[in-house]
Ligand binder design. Structure first.
Ligand SMILES: Nc1ncnc2c1ncn2[C@@H]1O[C@H](COP(=O)(O)OP(=O)(O)OP(=O)(O)O)[C@@H](O)[C@H]1O
Ligand SMILES: [Mg+2]
Length: 270
């Protein structure tokens, strides 16, 4: 399913301290099956944009359509992983994951099978009966990912979904998510702070300006697939794109100029 944003704008009204303009103007087209990442400085409006596409926050200007239909709120074709996990504190790991499946009308057995599959995928076997307060940040984040994947939405909206994970788990989840995407052809809109992660996953990387967000640049990632995390680090295109995106994020050169590879390009893979 394609996602189409036209002139999306958002102002958060605040009478005492003055209104906050989070998004000035964003046009975006994500093709069916495309993986697009959003990079941008902290506080620039990335989450707000994702929540508007998810239907959780209402835009004050412009419109978003998904699969050709203008959105009016959340919908089952869009699955979102919130930056703050947003688990139900009164439900166990298992209960959090099966909640959406029950809503979709799956039988008990189907719920159980789906839950087991995704619990295994995110490496939380044996923790099914724990409550969110008993989990580490990284575990909670993995529950949030499993919960969203389990409902099998056409469009995945992920807000720094791997940000709370240790390097090892993060690498495993990157490989896992990337293979899910390759297998299922889901449309993904992915917010991250990690340049190398954006390059590993994406067909295109959209760079947002400082708040209020506008699109500063759109970078095509022409690195052949399938990509593997180690191999990509040796690809000269990776170094070049990494350098270019790094510069865009740190505003050291005009956004229209293309980047050139240098020996100093950070290629540590994160
Ligand atoms: N519900 C809200 N009410 C008022 N202001 C808000 C609300 N949500 C976000 N904002 C403001 O909108 C701006 C953009 O916030 P947003 O969370 O979208 O940034 P972000 O790019 O996701 O940042 P980060 O990278 O740190 O997650 C910020 O100035 C924030 O304070
Ligand atoms: Mg955010």
């Amino acid at each position: 399913m394609e996602v189409q944003a036209r002139g999306v704008a958002k102002v958060f009204p605040n009478r005492r301290r003055g209104d906050v303009e989070a998004i000035a103007h964003v046009d975006m087209d994500v093709a069916p099956g495309e993986f697009v990442s959003i990079l941008g400085p902290s506080g620039c409006g990335k989450s707000t944009f994702l929540y508007i596409v998810g239907g959780f926050v209402e835009a004050t200007g412009g419109s978003v359509s998904v699969g050709g239909t203008p959105i009016t709120g959340p919908g089952p074709e869009r699955g979102i992983v919130f930056q703050e996990f947003a688990l139900f504190p009164w439900k166990t790991v298992h209960g959090n994951i099966t909640y959406g499946l029950a809503e979709q009308g799956l039988s008990r057995r189907e719920q159980q099978e789906r839950a087991e599959h995704y619990i295994h995928m995110v490496g939380l076997q044996g923790m099914e009966r724990l409550y969110p307060k008993e989990l580490s940040g990284g575990m909670k984040q993995r529950v949030a990912i499993a919960r969203t994947l389990a409902t099998d939405p056409d469009v995945l909206l992920m807000d720094e979904p791997l940000g709370a994970l240790d390097a090892q788990t993060r690498a495993e989840m990157q490989t896992e998510l990337s293979s899910i995407w390759e297998r299922t052809g889901k449309t993904v809109l992915f917010v991250t702070h990690a340049v190398e992660e954006a390059l590993f996953f994406s067909d295109r990387v959209v760079v947002f300006s400082q708040r209020p967000a506008r699109i500063k640049s759109v970078v095509d990632v022409e690195i052949p697939r399938p990509r593997d995390r180690k191999g990509i680090l040796r690809d000269p295109r990776f170094a070049e794109l990494h350098h270019h995106l790094w510069d865009l994020l740190h505003e050291t050169r005009p956004s229209t100029q293309t980047g050139a590879a240098t020996a100093e390009a950070p290629v540590d893979g994160g």
